[in-house]
Write a protein that binds this ligand. Structure first.
Ligand code: ADP
Ligand code: MG
Length: 366
């Protein structure tokens, strides 16, 4: 069952087009992440779903009802903000039940919900404290608690972890994941953090300049990016995008890197093109992730080459080496136990089962 549907949604602020014909559907119980760089329109989209922002064109449906004109309080949703937006003069208990009191819930029901949720989130001990007497993580828990007590149809989160330090962020991320596993409520979650998106989302919508670039599972986003924006945005370090040409020769197709001689081509006959290539000589970007360049052979189909390492970055659990590939930088990621000497050639193996190829003109996957 589709819980939330956004259809042909557009939004302008003055002359700025912030959202351009957004289409999204989310199945009941799924965890949708809106991911994209700052300013791409994520919060605007979330606010429109919440009813906090008006629509210029298009429709929002919750459970098949057109809610575009429905007041936020009547949409059966709950939102958790980055700033937590707790009332400073109220204690934790008052903050948590505020929404329920507003909606004239019975006293018994309020007490029951408060008990259940504060126990669940381990905030029982904090009920009499003011927000100023809480740590960042505790405040975040209370903000989530305030949303939980209302048992909404959909949870909306806007960058709820970005004010926390790195360690706490990872802890709270796990808590949100556990919470979703238990409650199985539909979630729409905004973040600019790719790790948060990949680890939490059942589905990810990657946005740029108000357009959804790909709406897919985390696995497909990682393995089969639709275009170079997605390829570059996901992964750290980013996917290598090597400039060159595709050349067809009978049944075989090869990639020839720019500035190389014709003998050094990579046969890609097992690559799964979206549609058959027309003609030869297409300018492309050959995409391979740093983790798919190996120091020892893993598959029969691996492409073997000697490249000079110009730089090596040791980061503890792994190391990232930069190689010179016909004057283009290509990064490889290796376990930190592998010996890499800079200014020396090293034998490398490209895993051709993991590559992506993009048309250089359109930047789309081909
Ligand atoms: P994100 O959450 O992805 O960082 P936003 O949705 O907050 O992006 O903003 C998208 C764009 O819309 C930005 O360029 C921002 O400056 C602009 N914007 C957001 N809200 C308003 C507003 N109320 N008035 C004018 N411009 C706005
Ligand atoms: Mg935002």
């Amino acid at each position: 069952m589709i819980t939330l549907k956004v259809k042909d949604l557009s939004k302008n602020f003055g002359s700025t087009e912030v959202l351009k014909k957004i289409n999204l559907e989310i199945e009941e119980g799924n965890f949708l992440v809106l991911l994209g760089p700052s300013g791409c329109g994520k919060s605007t989209l979330l606010n429109i779903i919440a009813g906090l922002e008006t629509i210029d064109e298009g429709t929002v449906f919750i459970d098949d009802y057109n809610v575009s004109e429905v007041e936020p309080k009547d949409r059966n949703i709950a939102m958790v903000f980055q700033s937590y937006a707790l009332y400073p003069s109220m204690n934790v208990k008052e903050n948590m039940v505020f929404g329920l009191k507003q909606s004239k819930t019975s006293k018994e029901k309020i007490e029951e919900q408060l008990k259940k949720v504060s126990n669940f989130l381990h905030v029982d001990e904090l009920l009499n404290r003011k927000p100023s007497q809480l740590s960042g993580g505790q405040r975040q828990r209370v903000a989530i608690g305030r949303a939980l007590v209302r048992e909404p149809r959909i949870f909306l989160f806007d960058e709820p972890l970005s004010n926390l330090d790195a360690k706490l962020r990872v802890e709270m991320r796990r808590e949100i994941k556990k919470l979703h596993q238990k409650l199985k409520t539909t979630v729409v979650y905004v973040t600019h953090d790719q790790t948060e998106a990949m680890s939490l989302g059942t589905n990810i919508a990657i946005m740029n300049h108000g357009v959804i670039q790909q709406y897919d599972t985390p696995e497909n986003i990682y393995n089969r990016p639709n275009n170079t924006f997605v390829a570059d945005f996901i992964g750290s370090p980013a996917m290598n995008l090597i400039s060159g040409q595709l050349v067809k020769d009978g049944n075989n197709t090869s990639f020839i890197p720019e500035d190389s001689n014709q003998s050094n081509n990579i046969s890609i006959k097992n690559y799964n093109f979206i549609k058959p290539l027309d003609g030869s000589g297409t300018d492309v970007l050959f995409g391979i992730r740093p983790e798919h360049i190996h120091y020892k052979k893993a598959n029969d189909t691996d492409y073997e080459i000697n490249l000079r390492a110009d730089l090596n970055e040791y980061i503890g659990h792994e190391q990232i080496a930069t190689f010179n590939y016909y004057n283009q930088e290509v990064l490889g990621k290796f376990p930190s136990t592998v010996k890499i000497e800079t200014n020396k050639e090293m034998k490398l193996f490209f895993d051709l089962n993991q590559i992506s190829i993009f048309d250089k003109k359109t930047n789309n996957r081909i």
